[in-house]
Write a protein that binds this ligand. Structure first.
Ligand code: SF4
Length: 578
């Protein structure tokens, strides 16, 4: 029997395509894009369209538990039953805990194919209850970007990508759009047809740079210097919005004190680009409004990456480029939806004094004979550390330790699972959570389409720009979206949609959801209506504690290479200032 089912791509990708999946006798036979999500509009990438049925049902799919029979890394296994697998894991992990205490166990997991249930939910509750070593996962990649965003604007969403169609200037900064963010490309083209200028900032001559009015091919790791230089040049040109800064920005003086060290000529030398390009970028950002900045995933993997992203995010706050459609930073929608991961993870179960290791340093920790207690049991899931971590050879040597008991859980055999003693297969993560969000959006659309929507839906349908929803249980003056705070007003309006799919969430709910996310601790967290800039040099999470980056890549790498393992253990915490 053949049936078509609605679904959503579960892969780790900003676009979250809506899908129509053809199923024949419980087997996926075809995947194509659906128009349920207006942003992805029936288009999806080739790999999911052509390879996903094979990923689900192909010969590589793990279907039974396995026990290693060859050398670690050799990839030779025999099939065993679930009972045998669970008994073996219970025996070995119990022995490890008896010998070294529960912190000898390390859950070595990351995001895998995203999804709230697949990514760090009840699994962490188990490890919290056990008292296993905690793992700081942020330094590996996307967490740095999140810190850069929340440290500047708090837990609010960025502007929707569709808004860039209104922009007169689009800055594509470290975003290989045609490969990694493909649904943004039609919006860029639409804006360009309407006369917008496109700037691409990327060390590589990526595809979209062919359409750019300006391509700045800076040296990797120097984005922070370029952003500082643009800020300094905006100030010299009198293009900073001091009224906006006065009302909505904290840490302006600190930020600019650092930025002024990098006038265009000096920045051009460090970034390896013509000074004229920096001048042009600053001139366009000063004069073309609205301007949108789209920062891709990738900068954070570089030296100074977090600092670079944060300095870029600061530019719209300095120039007052918020508050009209098409102005601001395009950022993920993660903060637009209610999430309460702590209810699943129960961090309150973690025994006091449990250590936290930096995920980037796990390879070194596995080989560190001085580490106490040693890591003697690891669970690898939603992760392929041999491929993903820096210093692959060190990770391989660490996982090859004969006294290390490793459990791997995945959909297919991976390079990392080849080092495991027991491999358990698992189902593909359901796309259910994302599907629910899509349906919520569609529900709002349908209500508008058939005229049954309540007030705010009708307003959204009839006007090019929707009015921000006000929480009517509160007086107007208590609702920042009703004037006086354009930064938050605009972002909240974006969060709830702008004349298109509108979620059934009140703004109050959005704020509650943000409060339930992992805390942005200490003085870094901005007040609700402020962008907090401060110095942009405190977000290289990969560095040892107490060190500062001065944005010179060679210096940073020297410090990194020189840091002894124990110092890096200590540096697992976030270093914050400003
Ligand atoms: S572009 Fe590809 S990977 Fe990204 S959400 Fe769409 S189908 Fe998934």
């Amino acid at each position: 029997m053949i049936a078509e089912r609605p679904s959503v791509c579960p892969l780790d990708c900003p676009d979250t395509c809506s899908l129509t999946v053809t199923v024949e006798d419980d087997r996926v036979v075809k995947v194509r894009g659906s128009r349920a999500n207006p942003l992805t509009a029936g288009v999806l990438c080739t790999k999911v369209q052509t390879l996903y049925p094979d990923f689900v049902h192909g010969p590589g799919r793990l279907t039974t538990p396995l026990r290693r029979v060859g050398l670690k890394g050799e990839g030779r296994f025999e099939r065993i039953t679930w009972e045998e697998a669970l008994d073996l894991i219970h025996t070995r992990v119990t022995a490890a805990v008896a010998a070294h205490g529960p912190q000898t166990v390390l859950p070595l997991n990351y995001a895998g194919p995203h999804g709230m249930l697949a990514y760090a939910s009840m699994d962490l509750r188990f490890f919290h209850r056990l008292g296993a070593t905690l793992l700081d996962r942020k330094p590996l990649c996307g967490g740095i970007r999140t810190e850069a965003w929340t440290g500047t604007y708090g837990t609010v969403p960025g502007i929707r990508p569709e808004q860039a169609a209104h922009s007169k200037l689009i800055i594509v900064w470290g975003n290989n759009v045609t490969w990694s963010n493909l649904h943004f490309m039609p919006i860029v083209n639409q804006a360009k047809r309407s006369g917008a200028k496109i700037v691409v900032i990327d060390p590589k001559r990526i595809k979209i740079s062919e359409q750019a009015d300006l391509h700045i091919a800076l040296r990797p790791g120097t984005d922070v210097v370029l952003a500082w230089a643009v800020a300094a040049e905006l100030e010299r040109r009198g293009a900073l919005d001091h009224g906006f800064i006065e009302r909505h920005v904290q840490g302006f003086d600190e930020f600019m004190a650092r930025a002024r060290h990098y006038p265009p000529a000096e920045a051009a030398r460090i970034c390896g680009v013509p000074e004229s390009q920096i001048q042009t970028l600053a001139e366009w950002y000063a004069t073309l409004t609205p301007a949108a900045i789209s920062v891709g995933n990738g900068l954070e993997r570089n030296q100074n990456g977090g600092s670079g992203i944060r300095a870029i995010f600061a530019l719209p706050a300095l120039a007052g480029r918020w508050g009209v459609p098409g102005a601001g930073c395009i950022n993920g929608a993660g903060f637009a939806f209610p999430k309460t991961p702590q209810r699943l993870q129960r961090p309150d179960l973690v025994p006091p004094g449990t250590r936290t290791l930096n995920i980037v340093d796990v390879g070194g920790h596995l080989l560190d004979e001085a580490l106490s207690p040693p890591i003697t049991a690891v669970f690898i899931y939603n992760h392929n550390p041999v491929i993903v971590h820096p210093d692959q050879n060190r990770m391989k040597r660490g996982l090859a330790r004969e006294d290390l008991f490793a459990v791997g859980i995945d959909v297919v055999m991976t390079d990392s699972l080849a080092y495991c003693d027991v491999v358990q297969h698992r189902d593909l993560p359901p796309a259910r959570e994302a599907l629910r969000l899509h349906r919520a959006a569609l529900h709002g659309q349908r209500r508008r389409a058939d005229g049954r929507g309540h007030g705010r839906h009708r307003r959204a349908a009839g006007r090019p720009q929707a009015e921000p929803h006000r929480d009517r249980s509160r007086p107007a003056h208590a609702d920042p979206g009703r004037g006086g705070h354009p930064l938050q007003e605009h972002q909240a309006r974006d969060a709830l949609g702008q004349g298109r799919a509108r979620l059934e969430l009140s703004r109050a709910e959005v704020r509650r959801a943000a409060a339930g996310l992992p805390a942005v601790r200490g003085p870094l967290s901005p007040r609700p209506h402020h962008a907090r800039l401060g110095q942009a040099d405190h977000l290289d999470l990969r560095r040892a504690g107490g060190e500062r980056c001065d944005a010179a890549p060679r210096d940073a790498s020297g410090r990194r290479a020189g840091a002894r393992p124990q110092e890096r253990h200590d540096g697992a915490r976030l270093e914050r200032s400003g």
